[in-house]
Design a protein around this ligand. Structure first.
Ligand SMILES: [Zn+2]
Length: 124
């Protein structure tokens, strides 16, 4: 592999071989060697970003489980046949799984929301 073929994660800066970043545990934009030196160097919050990558998955699963709990409760009190309840539950679970675990855009929003919560918590 020649030097210019190396790709890096645009979010944490670690070297990677595909679109999937091992450190961020998700697909992230690629940075090539040329851009890497220009873009990553002035970043002071690199450590903070790495830490976010490690804790994010717990947060995504927490949101996933919380939403399922809420929807389970709502479905349970719906005045419909139990077979329909199971059907709706399966659909909603699949949708939430896609949203919280597979959808990178929504995960970015969740991560942003978590950071806002943490900032608010620090102020209190
Ligand atoms: Zn990364």
């Amino acid at each position: 592999m020649i030097e210019s073929d190396k790709i890096f994660c645009a979010e944490c800066g670690v070297e990677k071989t595909s679109k999937f970043c091992d450190r961020c545990k998700k697909e992230t934009p690629n940075l090539f060697k040329k851009n890497f030196e220009v873009k990553i160097q002035p970043k002071p919050s690199l450590e903070k970003q790495i830490k976010r990558g490690e804790t994010s998955w717990n947060w995504f699963w927490f949101i996933f489980v919380s939403l399922i709990s809420i929807f389970s409760f709502i479905i349970d009190i719906l005045p419909i046949l139990w077979s329909w309840k199971i059907f709706i539950f399966v659909i909603i679970t699949a949708f939430l799984f896609w949203l919280c675990i597979l959808n990178t855009k929504f995960q970015n929003k969740l991560a942003g929301f978590k950071m806002k919560l943490e900032e608010t918590w620090r102020k209190i």
